[in-house]
Design a protein around this ligand. Structure first.
Ligand code: SAH
Length: 472
């Protein structure tokens, strides 16, 4: 096959990013927007030795898993990759993706993984689940100010104020800010010229508290007529915190390091409940969290309760354990763990998050937890972390790193600490597989694995894994 050739093929699988995969005359082709079960017509765009890329031209026979996307922007928008697939099939695909990563990328024993892997925990309603949204602001070709989402792999904004994964208040906030910008002549930031003011609008909504936070990333220290802006925003029900974040750097990172509150509090409060891990009904008391604009907080609170409850279950606490919670953020998991452990040490690199974590311990009257600021790998290695020489030996280590996984130094120290159990929470099956391979090499074995769908309509999936020291 050559570039621009047209072929007919059946899509048999989907890659990690949701791209359809089919074979034509023994050659593998990646076809974007095509789904498992589709029979398609596609045009070759790139041809390599053993594989190629092709553009979807027509769906000759639609996959039985196809559904009408709820959002009219589903195909061009970079946010959702799987909206055209029924939710059951999305879950089945994610379950396979986690399993295949552990076996193929991690080289973990297939028979063991099949035995220990539990069924994926799906959502009851896979829309309107996000408590956080970050909208880029720009100008369209007609010169109008728009906000929305980036199209896949580009920085072209698709105007959309009512994303179907978000909460209705997002639209209210965006309309108020865009109205203010228009009325007060406030410009949108332009990435090419690096001029203009408004870059991004971050909105957070506490599902339990119903509190709303708005943080605007601005190419400067202030906005014109801030009182006019806050006057409009504070009328929105639940509004609790309005802030400006200064970001003048030429970067894709949304927030800069300086944030100034222009109305209300510097954070919102939300709460999470422990759930029973057989029927996932809420049980027990709630844990309350203070969340600053710069702090990480899981975006899907309902599924997070299930995920953390599973993590707590996997940790197998009796009240006597010393637990380390690495990459602890605002202490979300640490505080869940502290209720069942002797002592919990949380380690986190973002100072605002550590401050939130310490305040959260007080807020929940939890005394058996210490939060340490720094990189997990460095804090673990610091000989005098506890004012003693050598390392404190934890019974259980919980890790919840960002997508890139754990630093190799961090894995080494974890192994040197010889905890009985490690609970690994991951948002990327590929780096999870890599890190588990290293930990298993170091004397641990996989006991339980469960995927939790935190991100319906997208290719992302969260996984919780229990590994245990072989000699225990
Ligand atoms: N466990 C928390 C946060 C998980 S997200 C929760 O569930 O809410 C990952 C966290 O790791 C983020 O808060 C991020 O700031 C932090 N982080 C990233 N790199 C780190 C490192 N090297 N050491 C410690 N924390 C790190």
């Amino acid at each position: 096959m050559q570039k621009n050739d047209i072929m007919e093929l059946t899509i048999e699988d989907m890659g990690m990013d949701g791209t359809g995969i089919g074979r034509y005359e023994g050659m593998t082709f990646f076809v974007k927007d095509a789904m498992i079960g589709d029979r398609v017509l596609a045009k070759v765009t790139k041809q390599k030795k053993s594989y190629g890329y092709a553009r979807l031209i027509d769906i000759l026979e639609a996959s039985p898993h196809r559904v009408e996307p709820r959002c009219i922007y589903a195909r061009p928008c970079g946010g959702c990759q799987l909206q055209q697939m029924d939710y059951e099939s999305q879950l089945a695909w994610k379950q396979r993706k986690v399993r295949d990563s552990l076996i193929r990328l991690g080289g973990l024993d297939e028979e063991r993984i099949n035995r220990v892997m539990e069924p994926i925990v799906g959502m009851e309603y896979p829309f309107a689940y996000r408590n956080k949204a970050q909208f880029p602001v720009g100008q369209n070709t007609a010169g109008e100010i728009v906000a929305g989402f980036y199209a896949g792999r580009t920085h072209t904004i698709i105007p959309n104020l009512d994303c179907s994964l978000g909460v209705p208040v997002n639209g209210e906030v965006l309309r108020a800010i865009l109205g203010y910008m228009k009325d007060c002549g406030v410009s949108a930031y332009n990435e090419k010229t690096r001029r203009g003011l408004m870059r991004h609008i971050l909105i957070r909504y506490g599902f339990d508290s119903q509190e709303v936070m708005v943080c605007m990333a601005v190419n400067g220290d202030r906005l014109p007529r801030e009182a006019e802006l806050t006057g409009r925003l504070c009328k929105i029900s639940g509004m609790k915190s309005i802030s400006l974040n200064t970001n003048q750097a030429d970067t894709n990172v949304i927030l800069g390091s300086r944030t100034r509150v222009i109305w209300g509090d510097s954070a919102i409060i939300d709460a999470l409940y422990l759930r029973d891990t057989t029927d996932f009904q809420r049980v027990g008391e709630k844990t309350v969290y203070r969340i600053s604009p710069q702090s990480f907080y899981q975006v899907n609170p309902i599924q997070t309760e299930k995920l953390y409850s599973l993590a707590l279950d996997y940790a197998g606490l009796t009240g006597r354990e010393t637990v380390w919670d690495l990459y602890c953020g605002i202490g979300t998991i640490s505080l869940f763990l502290a209720r069942g452990a002797k002592w919990v040490y949380g380690v986190e690199v973002v100072p605002q998050a550590v401050e939130d974590a310490r305040r959260n311990a007080v807020l929940n009257e939890i005394g058996n937890v210490t939060f340490l600021e720094g990189r997990a790998e460095e804090v673990l290695m610091a000989e005098d972390t506890f004012g003693v020489s050598g390392m404190a030996r934890p019974d259980v280590i919980v890790v919840d790193p960002p997508r890139k996984g754990c630093d190799s130094k961090c894995l080494k120290v974890m192994l040197a600490m010889q905890p009985e159990r490690i609970v690994y929470i991951s948002c990327d099956p590929a780096t999870l597989a890599r890190d588990l391979a290293a930990l298993c090499e170091g004397g641990y074995e996989v006991k339980r694995v469960r995927a939790v769908d935190q991100f319906g309509q997208t290719t992302h999936v969260e996984t919780v894994v229990l590994i245990q020291r072989k000699d225990t």
